[in-house]
Design a binder for this molecule. Structure first.
Ligand code: PEP
Length: 248
C-alpha cells in the first residue's frame, strides 16, 4: 500500500452530471506521484460511475462506509465485497458524522475495519476528539480507546493494510484546521500505540490528518513527520483545489 495518501470524502454530495465533470478532470489532470495514492470517495450510488470514469487513470476510488456484515438481511448496507466488485481500493470507516449521527461505537467501527480488510480493501479508520473532550484534557484517552478497539480485532501483521485518519471534530467543516504541529504530536501518539502492537508494522501505517484542509494549508501538514497525507471533505469537491492539495 502507498504510504502517502490523499483522500477526498464527498459526503452526501454529487449528481451524475456534476460527478462526470469532477471525475473527468481528476482523471485527466492527476498523473500520479511515486509512493502516493489519490483516492475519491463518492456516495455509494456513484461508485459505478467512478469506476467507469477513473479506470485506467492514476486516481482510485473508495466507499464512505462499509458494512461489518458480509451479506444477508441488513437493509441499506453495502458490503466490502460489493465495494471490491466496483473496483474500490479503500473504505472510510468511523467518520465522526457516522459515529455521532448514526451511533457507531468503537467496536462497530473496528468490526467494519476488519470487514474491509477481509474484503481486500484498505480501511481508513477515522478517529478524533470533540472540542469538549480536548478542553477537558481527555483527547488522548478518547483517541487511545478508538485505536485500541481496532487493535483488538486486527492482528498486528495485518496493520500495514490499515490507514488511520486523525480528524478532530472541531476542525471538520469549520474552517478551523488544527495547528499542524499539534496534529503531528497526536499522530506520533497514535503511531506509538500501533508500535506497541508491532513496531515494524506501525511504521508502515499511513496516518492522515483531516479537518478543513485546503490548498493553502496542505503543505504545512505534508511537512510534518508522522503526517502521511490528508482526508479532505469540502475542498475535494472542487477539482483544482483537490489537485492542488495532492500536489502539496
Ligand atoms: C471530513 O469530513 O472528513 C473533512 C475533513 O471535512 P472538511 O475537509 O470539509 O473539514
Amino acid at each position: 500500500m502507498a504510504r502517502k495518501l490523499v483522500i477526498g470524502n464527498w459526503k452526501l454530495n454529487g449528481s451524475s452530471a456534476a460527478n462526470a465533470v469532477l471525475l473527468t478532470e481528476l482523471a485527466a489532470e492527476w498523473r500520479g506521484a511515486p509512493g502516493m495514492q489519490l483516492v475519491v470517495c463518492p456516495p455509494a450510488p456513484y461508485l459505478a460511475q467512478a469506476c467507469d470514469v477513473l479506470s485506467g487513470s492514476a486516481v482510485t476510488w473508495g466507499g464512505q462506509d462499509v458494512s461489518d456484515r458480509p451479506a444477508g438481511a441488513f437493509t441499506g448496507e453495502v458490503s466490502a465485497a460489493m465495494l471490491k466488485d466496483l473496483g474500490c481500493s479503500h473504505a472510510i470507516v468511523g467518520h465522526s458524522e457516522r459515529r455521532l449521527r448514526f451511533g457507531e461505537s468503537n467496536a462497530l467501527v473496528a468490526a467494519k475495519a476488519a470487514a474491509a480488510l477481509d474484503g481486500g480493501l484498505v480501511p481508513v479508520v477515522c478517529i478524533g476528539e470533540s472540542a469538549a473532550e480536548r478542553n477537558e484534557g481527555r483527547a488522548l484517552a478518547v483517541l487511545q480507546a478508538q485505536v485500541e478497539a481496532v487493535l483488538a480485532v486486527v492482528a498486528a501483521p495485518r496493520l500495514p493494510g490499515v490507514a488511520f485518519a486523525y480528524e478532530p471534530l472541531w476542525a471538520i467543516g469549520t474552517g478551523q484546521n488544527a495547528d499542524p504541529q499539534i496534529a503531528a504530536t497526536v499522530h506520533a501518539f497514535v503511531r506509538g500505540l500501533l508500535a506497541r502492537a508491532d513496531l515494524a508494522a506501525a511504521a508502515e501505517v499511513p496516518i492522515l490528518y483531516g479537518g478543513s484542509v485546503k490548498a493553502a494549508n496542505a503543505a504545512e501538514y505534508a511537512a510534518q513527520r508522522d503526517i502521511d497525507g490528508v482526508l479532505v471533505g469540502g475542498a475535494s469537491l472542487i477539482a483544482p483545489d483537490f489537485l492542488a492539495i495532492a500536489a502539496a
